[in-house]
Design a protein around this ligand. Structure first.
Ligand code: FE
Length: 309
């Protein structure tokens, strides 16, 4: 487990079609705070319980989807270590200079064989509006909307998920917490990875025909009760729902899935088991995928495995 090395998912950059509609969704309904707007129009947001400057960047574009998922690393030396390890296993890296507007230190970018772009960075300015640290109240200002605590994880769709996962395991010291596989040939159909104590920090979902797609961006809520509150808001504001409230077999997390106005799937997630790196990998056979993904319904609806951005 990486108390040093990769600490956690840090931020995502998501493409949206209409910035005003997206701000209404992410700020007013989900309850994130807009912290700044870039000179190029990109909008930076964070959740109330996050210390760093931002955890999600919205970029207006012609098509929805995910530009980058970025992980925060414990210190600058690890950026060099990880760069060497990535290059050593044949993964190309690109260095992005520190950016004042983004309040972010230098980044190391790489791509997985599934066509997803990742970034590693060690420095980000603290938010002026982060959690209190001296005689701290539980929050600085009462949480709004879905009461999101923090950005939690992404699930990404691609063909060579074994190759993608291997980069995280070999170069970045991630652990596999859980996987689903085809018993006949042992090939994985889903791989869940963590750099921490969480049940997952990133997941790769296999699709024989689709690369580089986003399945969902997930945000953490405090409780099952808050998942219900999110469901109330989804109905009240006619947000397009995918499924839930329900529970995952994989991770055991409680969940509700819905779509932002551009069609990107969001999840609000609560719970999930605590993982330690000596835990055995939990495994699901593909015939049990219904229960693995939706523990109560025990079946997966078509939209969940067909709609990606
Ligand atoms: Fe998820």
């Amino acid at each position: 487990m990486a108390q040093k090395g990769v600490l956690r998912p840090g931020f995502v950059q998501v493409r949206v079609l209409d910035m005003d509609a997206s701000i209404k969704h992410y700020q007013d309904h989900m309850g994130l705070e807009v912290v700044s707007t870039g000179s190029d129009g990109r909008v930076y947001l964070k959740a109330y319980d996050e210390f760093d400057h931002h955890s999600i960047i919205l970029r207006e574009a012609d098509a929805p989807g995910l530009d980058i998922m970025a992980f925060k690393v414990s210190d600058d030396e690890y950026l060099d270590t990880f760069t060497q390890r990535l290059n050593g296993m044949g993964v190309e890296t690109t260095e992005i200079a520190a950016d004042k507007e983004q309040q972010t230190g230098r980044q190391v970018r790489f791509e997985t064989p599934t066509g997803h772009a990742f970034s590693l960075y060690a420095e980000m300015a603290l938010s002026d509006n982060g959690p209190m640290i001296k005689n701290p109240d539980i929050w600085r200002k009462e949480p709004r909307g879905m009461r999101i605590e923090r950005f939690d994880h992404c699930a990404l769709v691609g063909v060579d998920i074994k190759g993608a996962a291997n980069i995280f395991i070999e170069a970045l010291d991630f652990s596999v917490t859980e996987r689903a596989y085809i018993p006949d040939n042992g090939e994985p159909v889903a791989i869940f990875l963590t750099c921490s104590n969480k049940a997952h920090d990133v997941a790769f979902l296999g699709d024989p025909e689709v690369n580089g797609k986003l399945h969902h961006v997930s945000f953490n809520l405090e409780s099952w009760n808050d998942i219900g509150h999110a469901a109330d808001l989804i109905s009240r504001y006619n947000i397009s729902i995918d499924i839930g409230p329900t529970r995952h077999g994989i991770t055991r997390g409680q969940t509700i899935y819905f779509f932002d106005p551009s069609g990107n799937r969001n999840e609000t997630f609560s719970g999930g088991y605590t993982f330690y790196p000596d835990n055995p990998v939990r495994e699901w056979t593909v015939d049990q995928m219904g229960k693995a993904i939706f523990y109560y319904e025990k079946e997966i609806h078509d939209r969940f495995v067909q709609v990606y951005t």
